[in-house]
Design a protein around this ligand. Structure first.
Ligand SMILES: [Zn+2]
Length: 267
C-alpha cells in the first residue's frame, strides 16, 4: 500500500480532494441510450463499500487506496504527489503550516484544488511522521488531532453519524459523532437522516428497481434532492463547525448518485 495515493473510489472523487469530471470515470453503468447522469461502475470495485451500504468508514477508505492502486486515476494522483516527494521534511512541514494558515477561517469544498494539494502533502507527511518531528508550527488555532497528532482539520462526509469527522491527515475518525458540539451535531444528525434514504436509491436491488414505476426517473429525482441537501451541508451546516474549528472541509459530491461538485451551489 502506498499511503501517498489519496483515497478515492468511484473511488476517484470520494475523498480524493480534486473534482474529477464526470466523463473521466473509467466505466459507466449508464441506463438507456442517453443517460442524463452517467453512473460510475467503479464503485463496485474492490475495497469500495458493498451495495446497499452508504458507510465507507476510514478502514474502507484505506482499503480502497490499496486495492485501486493500479487504476489510471491512482497513477495520475501519484504523479501529482511527486512534487511533494521532492520536499525534504522541513520544507514539507513549512508548506503545510503556511497552507493551513491560508485555509483558516473558511469551510472548504473537498473538490477545491488547494485542498487536493494539501491532502497529497498531508498523506506524505503522515507517512513520514512529519508532524511528530515538530519542524514547523501550524497556526495556533489548530489543536492537535488525537488520532495522529497532526493539526485538527476535519472532513465532513455524508457518513458523519457513523464515521464522525474524518482526519485529513490519517483518514481515521478525528471526532466521533457524539462528541461533535451542538448545535452542529443536531443539524448534522437531522441532515444525515434525511440524506440516507435519498442516497440509498442508488443502491436499490433489482427487486426494488422492478417495483419502481420508472427507476431512471427515481434516480434523477434522488440526485436532484441530493444536490439540494449537499448545498445545505456546505453552505449552512459546515459553517457551524467554524465556531469550534479553524477550518472545515466538506464532501461536495455523491459518486453513487452521479452528483458532481459543479452540479450545485455555484455562486
Ligand atoms: Zn489523524
Amino acid at each position: 500500500m502506498d499511503p501517498v495515493v489519496p483515497w478515492y473510489g468511484c473511488a476517484a472523487n470520494r475523498l480524493g480532494g480534486i473534482a474529477v469530471p464526470a466523463n473521466s470515470c473509467e466505466a459507466f453503468a449508464s441506463r438507456g441510450s442517453s443517460p442524463a447522469r452517467p453512473r460510475c461502475a467503479r464503485l463496485r470495485g474492490p475495497g469500495n463499500p458493498p451495495h446497499g451500504s452508504t458507510k465507507p468508514l476510514a478502514q474502507v477508505m484505506l482499503s480502497a487506496m490499496a486495492n485501486n492502486s493500479d487504476s489510471a486515476l491512482d497513477k495520475l494522483w501519484k504523479e501529482y504527489g511527486l512534487v511533494f516527494r521532492d520536499f525534504d521534511d522541513l520544507t514539507l512541514a513549512r508548506w503545510m503550516a503556511q497552507t493551513l494558515g491560508q485555509l483558516q477561517g473558511r469551510s472548504w469544498r473537498l473538490s477545491h484544488p488547494l485542498l487536493g494539494s494539501y491532502r497529497l502533502a498531508a498523506q506524505l507527511a503522515h507517512q513520514r511522521q512529519v508532524w511528530l518531528k515538530r519542524l514547523a508550527n501550524p497556526p495556533p488555532a489548530y489543536l492537535e488531532a488525537p488520532c495522529c497528532r497532526a493539526p485538527f482539520l476535519p472532513l465532513l462526509t455524508r457518513d458523519v453519524k457513523e464515521a464522525g469527522l474524518i482526519c485529513q491527515h490519517c483518514n481515521e475518525t478525528l471526532l466521533p459523532f457524539d462528541e461533535i458540539p451542538e448545535p452542529a451535531r443536531q443539524e448534522l444528525g437531522d441532515w444525515a437522516s434525511e440524506y440516507e434514504p435519498i442516497h440509498a436509491v442508488a443502491h436499490w436491488d433489482e427487486a426494488q428497481k422492478r417495483a419502481a414505476e420508472d427507476y431512471d426517473e427515481d434516480f434523477e429525482d434522488a440526485a436532484e434532492v441530493a444536490e439540494q441537501l449537499l448545498e445545505r451541508l456546505g453552505h449552512r451546516i459546515a459553517p457551524l463547525l467554524l465556531e469550534h474549528y479553524p477550518a472545515v472541509v466538506w464532501e461536495d459530491q455523491d459518486e453513487c448518485l452521479a452528483v458532481q461538485p459543479e452540479d450545485f451551489g455555484l455562486r
